[in-house]
Design a protein around this ligand. Structure first.
Ligand SMILES: Cc1cc2nc3c(=O)[nH]c(=O)nc-3n(C[C@H](O)[C@H](O)[C@H](O)COP(=O)(O)OP(=O)(O)OC[C@H]3O[C@@H](n4cnc5c(N)ncnc54)[C@H](O)[C@@H]3O)c2cc1C
Length: 459
């Protein structure tokens, strides 16, 4: 390793904010994709100025670098496959200020999503992006991936809920983009460009988040169906009327079988699919609004819709939904987890098509996810020790993506591209668009030091 580079880093952040021992660096070399590689070193800057100085040093010594929140990302974007330097943002974790009257909050990138929600809640406010990993993941990671969660169906993703950023580009320039206001049209929208760019253009050092008033009432509903097709038709029906639920989650039969095994939530024996629906609003109007949603649930093949009677019942239902992904991981540690998205009206052909592909390739597929956005987590359960099965899964995945694109969808609704999907996105984006993205990257990061080789495929 370049000793002069390490010496320079030590000068910038000081020895106690730096790891160089291989065994200590190890834990910063993986994410939830289960890929692993060894970083050259890990630094923990505490200020924007330090981040800038680190990037300048990386340019000087041509050392590639990756910004890291908490490594909960699922696509390998933080894995240092080129022995990169890791900049961990966990010590830039201050809530700088909250302005309840302006419904805004300024934060450093290492604050967790949960800490943001807790601070906002003290003022009767919330930040809409709510990934299931909220207790662990950081706002920097949320923004870099444009992560979302169940609430996106009503309130949108990070892009719709962030008004401005400060960041250090790959060239080492500090930039401030967006506004501290709820409107603003001056210049190109660099905020939205950087959000979702997977730490590939600039490292976020501060964000101005748009907060929303907390609803005063919430109803949680559980709706079961005789077939997946019926549930999918109900989703379209619910989204076509005026009361937008704040969560509209879907589970297919395989997911329900897991729920039956792992939780106390009761389900009718003949249920082949379930929707979990949450309606929020004012205490005075919530009853009427949930009745409207319940009416929209009642398509052919509907079995029953039940309202959670207590807060504990509602919490148990959410717990069941949140446990699905980790439980699947236990059964199939190497499961292939995709998060495709289609227009809501195309959920029925998507689910039917996935069932056909499961039969053709003889791969068990479990589907659940944020149906209100058409964002379905497609889990291919595979045994990595079975070569034939792995080959079948690869062919199946290819067909899944073709199906999604045929249905006017997109390969990822929230998990991003990273390494896992990089080589597939040519299916979705044209050569001209990919070329333009490479040119944009070049403008932000002329030495290609920020997370090289991720997110964009070669042209
Ligand atoms: C159990 C579980 C449930 C999950 N549920 C959801 C869900 O419901 N919805 C969802 O969208 N995702 C979900 N995820 C995925 C993951 O939690 C999110 O993608 C999350 O936003 C990642 O945050 P992180 O802090 O861990 O970021 P990391 O994984 O550390 O990094 C993610 C990306 O952000 C970049 N990055 C990090 N910090 C910065 C910064 N300051 N500036 C620029 N780039 C930066 C990294 O380089 C990388 O490209 C889940 C993951 C798990 C394990």
């Amino acid at each position: 390793m370049n000793k002069a580079f390490l010496k320079q880093l030590k000068k910038i952040v000081s020895a106690e904010n730096m790891l160089t021992d291989a065994s200590e660096c190890l834990t910063y070399g993986y994410d939830n994709s289960r890929r692993q590689a060894q970083p050259v070193a890990v630094v923990f800057p505490k200020t924007e100025q330090q981040v800038q100085q680190i990037i300048v040093a990386c340019n000087q010594y041509k050392i590639p670098v990756i910004g890291r929140g908490r490594g909960t990302g699922t696509t390998g974007a933080t894995v240092p496959v080129n022995n990169e330097l890791i900049i961990s943002f966990e010590r830039m974790n201050k809530i700088i200020k909250i302005e309840a009257d302006n419904r805004s909050m300024d934060v450093e990138p290492g604050v967790t999503n949960l800490e943001i929600q807790q601070c906002a809640a003290e003022h009767g406010l919330f930040w809409a992006p709510d990934p299931t990993s909220a207790a662990f993941c950081t706002v920097g990671g949320n923004l870099a991936y444009n992560s979302a969660g169940p609430r996106a169906v009503k309130y949108g993703t990070c892009r719709e809920n962030t008004s401005g950023l400060r960041a250090v580009t790959g060239n080492g320039d500090i930039i401030q983009c967006g506004t501290h206001t709820s409107k603003g049209v001056v210049g190109y929208d660099l905020t939205r460009l950087i959000i979702g760019s997977e730490g590939n253009l600039a490292l976020i050092t501060q964000a101005t988040l748009k907060l929303l008033p907390m609803p005063t009432a919430k109803h949680t509903l559980k709706s079961s169906y005789l077939s997946v097709d019926a549930a999918a038709r109900a989703v379209s029906n619910i989204m076509a009327q005026a009361v937008t639920p704040c969560a509209l989650e879907f589970m297919d039969k395989n997911a329900l079988d897991m729920v039956r095994d792992y939780s106390s939530t009761e389900l009718p024996d003949n249920a082949a699919a379930m929707l979990m629906i949450e309606v929020d609003g004012h205490a005075e109007t919530i009853q009427t609004e949930s009745e409207i949603v319940i009416a929209a649930c009642k398509v052919d093949g509907h079995i029953t819709t039940e309202l959670a009677k207590t807060k504990e019942d509602a919490a148990a239902l959410w717990q069941t939904r949140k446990a699905l992904s980790p439980s699947l991981r236990k059964i199939a540690p190497k499961k292939i987890n995709e998060d495709v998205v289609v227009p809501v009206s195309n959920i029925p052909p998507l689910i039917n098509g996935l069932n056909d592909l499961s039969n053709i390739h003889k791969i068990k597929i479990v589907n659940f996810g944020h149906a209100g956005n058409g964002n379905i987590h497609v889990n291919l359960l595979v045994n990595p020790d079975n070569e034939n099965e792995m080959q079948a899964a690869e062919n199946c995945l290819n067909d899944v993506f073709d199906l999604v694109l045929k249905l006017n969808g997109s390969l990822s609704g929230e998990h991003g591209v990273g390494l896992e999907k990089r080589d597939f996105i040519k299916k979705e984006l044209g050569a001209t668009e990919i070329n333009l993205m490479h040119q944009i990257k070049q403008v932000f990061d002329k030495n290609n030091i920020l997370n090289p080789g991720k997110t964009l495929p070669e042209i």
